[in-house]
Design a protein around this ligand. Sequence first.
Ligand SMILES: [Ca+2]
Length: 292
Amino acid sequence: MKSYYFLILTGFLTLISFEQGFAKNIDLSSWSEYTYDLSGGQPPGKWILSNNNSTVVQRVNADPSFYLNNVNQTSYTMDGSFQVKTTSDNDFIGFVFGYRNDHQFYIFDWRQGTEGDSTYGNAKEGFRIIKINANSSKDLDLYDFWNSNTDNSTILASSYGDNKGWDDKTIYDFHLEFFPGKFTIVVYLGGTKKELWKITVNDNSFDSGQFGFYNFSQEQVEYSGFEQTGGIEALVSGCIELKGEPIKKGKAMLMQSGEIFQSVPLDDNGCYQFFHVNEEKPFGVMIRRTME
Ligand SMILES: [Ca+2]
């Protein structure tokens, strides 16, 4: 009998390595668009699929706009190409990841040119990593995405300067490695290994979440040929409230006989996620609220 089980295990591992060796372009038709409606802002984005759903273009000079993959996951890498297919405008293009909801996530953004605004602050030419962490999307405004560096919008890393902006009608390759507590981004000149920016950030605010395409006040941004490697989806998740308010201070514990006991802190929405569980066995989740 032992050899019988061993054969099944071998077949399973072979299947996994086969799939990883032949990553396919992601079908973007299951992704969904979202644009803020911020005070003093611009119209919603308009995302148009093409090329067998492996390419999407956002056509509008819009408020901050996303195209999200609807997968809450961690421990993956993502690769693909992006470009601005017009000579018009000089604004933000990029990606979001660790996206928990519309007020808690990371942004990688990239500007073509420096531009100051009397209301929305100064936006510099170059690259940034931003953490958006607000109590609600109602607390966000255009300043959080344009200038950033506010209570709701923290610049975790940046690289500014003349000649650091993107060029019109030029393809760039994007690489993200997203793991709990740590992520790395590399931007290459398209089709080459010439690194334009490489940054590793250690931050454990959002150790899982959705991935998405992002732009702000820039039209005709194309994202194409994306591939994912790895990825672990949350298997058990939930949120807890006390008198209608999220319990922010505390932890969730998942208990399952024969499995490793797991414990995670509650996030700012009183939510928790577990990425490992044996679906064939009963389990329990216990919430422990801690006091200030
Ligand atoms: Ca614009």
